[in-house]
Ligand binder design. Sequence first.
Ligand SMILES: Cc1cc2nc3c(=O)[nH]c(=O)nc-3n(C[C@H](O)[C@H](O)[C@H](O)COP(=O)(O)OP(=O)(O)OC[C@H]3O[C@@H](n4cnc5c(N)ncnc54)[C@H](O)[C@@H]3O)c2cc1C
Length: 349
Amino acid sequence: MGISLMEHDVIVTGAGPAGSVTAALVAQAGFYVLVLEKNTSCKSPCAGYISNNINLEIPDDSVVQSRITKMRTYFPDLSFHDFELNGFVVDRSSFDMLLAGKAIEEGASIRWGSPLQEIVPGGVKFRNGMAHGKIIVGADGVFSKTASLLGFERQKFAVCAQYHLKGIKPLSQTCEIFFSQEFAPGGYVWIYPTGKDSAKVGVGVTHGYPRAYLEKFISESSLSERLNGIRIEYIAGALPIGGLREKLCCGNVLLAGDSAGMADPVTGAGINNAMLAGEIAGKSIIKALESNDMEILSEDETKIRRLLGKPFARALEKRKMLDVCYASNELLQENLPELWMTFRQYWEI
Ligand SMILES: Cc1cc2nc3c(=O)[nH]c(=O)nc-3n(C[C@H](O)[C@H](O)[C@H](O)COP(=O)(O)OP(=O)(O)OC[C@H]3O[C@@H](n4cnc5c(N)ncnc54)[C@H](O)[C@@H]3O)c2cc1C
C-alpha cells in the first residue's frame, strides 16, 4: 500500500476508552478526527469492571456480563470484608467497540491495523501511511508509543493474567478480591462473575510470571474447588502503577488514559479514568481549535491534576506500603485495611 497523506484537526493514537471518548467529543463539535489503532479491532486485555458513575448508557447484555453490588475482599487467612459497590462487569472488546462505534457515528474516522510509528512536523507516520494533524492525542495504552516518541521513560507497571472460566461457582453480583503473598505478590487475585456459572479469574503481580501464579491459585488455593471449570479464554496484559506522568501535555501532544499513567496505582482500575481523561482532553481540544490557540491545551493537564492529583498521591503512598507488606502474609493481614480502598482505614491515613 502506498503512502497516503491525510489532513485532520486531531490525530488520536489508540481506540481504547481514552481515545474513543476523545474522538467522539471532538468529532461531535465538527472537527476532523482520525484515530489510528494498532489492532484490527478493539481487544485490550481486561477484567472489565466499571463503576456505574460513567457518563454512558450501557445498552444491552452483549456488553454487560453482570451487574455488581458488592466487593468481597479476602485477607490472607481468608477472613473477608464486604463493601457495597455499584457497577458492571463488561466484555471489554464489545465495550470498546461500542465506544469506537460512537466516535464513528459522530464523524471520526478510525484506521484499524495502523500503528503509530513516528511523530513528524505537522503530523504522524503510521504503518503504510502518513497524516497531518494540528493536535495529537496519545491514548495508546501503558506502553505508549506516543509517549516514547516524546522521550518519556517506560512507566512502572504490573503484569496480569486472566482466564474466563465456565462451569464454576462465582458469587452472584460480587467482585471477589484476594490478597496473598504466595498467590499474588505485589497485587491481588480477582474473581468477577460473568454469569451464574462463569467468571473472569485473574491475577496482577509486580514481579514474576502471572500465569504461573494464576494456575497455582486455581489449583492450590482454598477456593480451588469453586474454580474447577472449563477455560474459555486466556488473556495477559499490563497496567501502569506509577501514577500520573510528570507531564501530560507537550506542545500540541496530549497523553490520556494509561499512556499518561491514569490507572490507580493500587487497584489497577483505569477504565473510568481513561474515559474521564478522554472527556477532559476532548473539551480542551475543542477550545484550542475554536480559538486557534494551542496554549489552551495545557488546561487539560491542570484539570487532570486537580481531579486525580490527590487520590493518586494517596494511592502511591499506599502502593509503597503495600510493596513493603508483601514481605509476609502476616504484614498483609495486619495492614490490609489501610491499603485497600473498600476499608474505612484507607481513607483515614
Ligand atoms: C488484565 C487486566 C485487567 C484489567 N481489569 C480492569 C478492570 O476490571 N477495571 C478497570 O477499570 N481497569 C482494568 N484494567 C486497566 C484497564 O484495562 C486500562 O486502565 C484501560 O484499558 C485504559 O484505557 P486506555 O484507553 O488508556 O488504554 P487501552 O485500553 O490500553 O487502549 C490503548 C489502545 O491503543 C492501541 N495502541 C497501542 N499502541 C499503539 C500504536 N503504536 N498505534 C496505535 N494504537 C496503539 C491498543 O491496541 C489499544 O487499543 C485492567 C488491565 C489489565 C491488563
